[in-house]
Design a protein around this ligand. Structure first.
Ligand code: FE
Length: 292
């Protein structure tokens, strides 16, 4: 067993998405086009939204990959061209396999629009292997209470397991390729060593407080993505006892697909021709529409 070292640290770039909501995006960026098998990671907010002013992403398509939305504060409602509708509350996860194509909207819920409040969440895009890009779209919607969680024996680190396995517990969400997606909460002085198979690409995103990673002399502040080298099969995360405040860290890993990527906006395929086909199918209505 060996602890992985850090290969790069990337700060999320502020970007406006959808109808104009603020996200911080460590990738894709000019310096990091993707992180195979991951295509995008966005932190939405945290933003304090006055009543009536929350913005979302009106009707838009996706093809060829999966969007994983994890709500942390506030609430979103989604609707799509498959006739599917649902609400995401804090702690809920929506794992949407767009496959051959869906059109959906992601908007603040009516209740949230009425009351306003803090909006905070993350969205991860997971690429699909070539043979799965045109599968039938489907959803895994897991409410907060059904996400498995575990604690270290001394109780200073807890984890919510969105995908993969941690501290002896297994996720309920199924993935098309091997993926790890963990949400660690660390009390001051808490430390955890997580198994991450050597062939996985893996990164951590500090979503709260500051965190330390083995071998790196400095604490990493919230809003930073830490990419790990493939020089080990474990990742070590800690919240220093010295700063007296807890840390929250997402750890995300997956086996790279090593396949060509052709992407344009909401379509991610293997060749430019397949991107043209996606546009043709979208503009001719073959991805459907939201009509309820
Ligand atoms: Fe979307």
């Amino acid at each position: 067993m060996a602890i992985r070292s850090i290969s790069r640290i990337t700060k999320g770039i502020a970007t406006l998405e959808g109808a104009g909501f603020l996200v911080h995006r460590p990738f894709p960026s000019a310096g990091l086009s993707d992180f195979d098998p991951f295509l995008l990671f966005d932190e939405m907010g945290p933003t304090d939204v006055p009543p009536g002013e929350a913005k979302g992403a009106p009707d838009h398509p996706h093809r060829g990959f999966e969007t994983v939305t994890y709500m942390l504060a506030g609430s979103f409602r989604h609707k799509d061209s498959q006739g599917h509708e649902g609400k995401l509350e804090p702690g809920d996860v929506q794992w949407m396999t767009a496959g051959r194509g869906v059109i959906h909207s992601e908007e603040p819920s009516q209740e949230f629009q009425r009351t306003g409040g803090t909006l905070h969440g993350v969205q991860l895009w997971v690429n699909l292997p070539k043979q799965d890009k045109m599968i039938r779209p489907h959803y895994q919607e897991i409410p907060r209470a059904k996400i498995p969680s575990a604690q270290t024996p001394e109780g200073r680190v807890s984890v919510r397991i969105l995908a993969g396995e941690s501290l002896g517990k297994q996720a309920v969400i199924e993935t098309r390729t091997p993926i790890l997606y963990l949400d660690f909460a660390l009390q001051p002085g808490g430390k955890v060593v997580q198994l991450v198979p050597r062939d996985f690409n893996a990164f951590a995103y500090v979503i709260g407080g500051t965190a330390g990673f083995a071998g790196h002399p400095e604490r990493i502040q919230r809003g930073n993505m830490v990419a790990f080298a493939k020089d080990g099969d474990e990742v070590s995360i800690e919240a220093g006892a010295e700063n007296g405040s807890p840390a929250r860290v997402f750890l995300v890993g997956g086996r790279p697909l090593n396949e060509p990527i052709a992407r344009y906006g909401p379509f991610v395929m293997n060749t430019p021709r397949e991107i043209e086909e996606a546009f043709e199918d979208y503009s001719s209505g073959r991805m459907g529409s939201i009509d309820f």
